[in-house]
Design a protein around this ligand. Structure first.
Ligand code: 5GP
Length: 189
């Protein structure tokens, strides 16, 4: 998506550890008009999939997911990052390794909000090693719901997440795919 790629080139900052900072329009301050354009792209890709729920993960996915859900006219569920050790049985859970902060945490979704009759579109801001997306896919599978696929804003294609999930048969659609950002120079696929 050209608009997003241009914005990444203009305002993105490459940090140590192959982290792309996009705090000025996506991860801290949010450009809602840009989100609207991204939502339209996701709709073009998944409009025939009869999506009934959008699933994302707190916190950075929520903004994009909400704007996207307006176009699909469906609710958004965000997986919560849980600090609770003893998680009750009324939730689906998965373990996720944090790319940006290190360590592992649990994510939870209440069983009340995800049902076998749901058709789910997962939305997230970044795809790197694929841990967050793998956790979200597990939750959809555990619920017995159908997975339409995943809409990702920025995929770092030089990291393994995209290939991993696609090799498992998950439809992953990324609006901007970064081939390389070595030396701070961002190149798209
Ligand atoms: P993964 O689980 O695929 O390794 O990483 C995806 C998650 O880590 C995303 O939900 C996102 O919050 C965060 N993340 C991964 N790479 C980056 C990055 O380069 N920049 C930012 N801002 N977040 C990232």
């Amino acid at each position: 998506m050209q608009l997003l790629e241009e914005r990444i080139l203009r305002d993105g900052k490459v940090k140590d550890g192959d982290v792309l900072k996009v705090d000025s329009f996506l991860n801290h301050q949010m450009d809602v008009k840009l989100f609207g354009e991204m939502a339209k792209e996701f709709y073009n890709l998944f409009q025939h999939d009869n999506i009934t729920k959008i699933l994302t993960i707190e916190a950075s996915g929520i903004g994009i997911a909400c704007i996207t859900a307006q176009v699909f006219s469906c609710p958004v569920i965000f997986a919560k990052k849980s600090k609770t050790k003893n998680i009750a049985g009324d939730v689906y859970t998965a373990k996720v390794e944090s790319y940006t902060h290190g360590g592992t945490y649990d994510i939870i979704v209440s069983k009340e909000f995800l049902k076998p009759e749901d058709k789910v579109l997962i939305i997230d801001d970044f795809l790197a090693n694929g841990s967050a997306l793998t956790g979200l896919v597990k939750i959809v599978m555990d619920a017995g719901a159908k997975l339409a696929g995943a809409g990702i804003a920025i995929e770092k294609a030089f990291q393994p997440g995209g290939s991993l999930l696609r090799s498992q048969g998950v439809r992953v659609e990324s609006l901007a795919k970064i081939k390389s950002m070595s030396g701070g120079a961002i190149e798209f696929c």
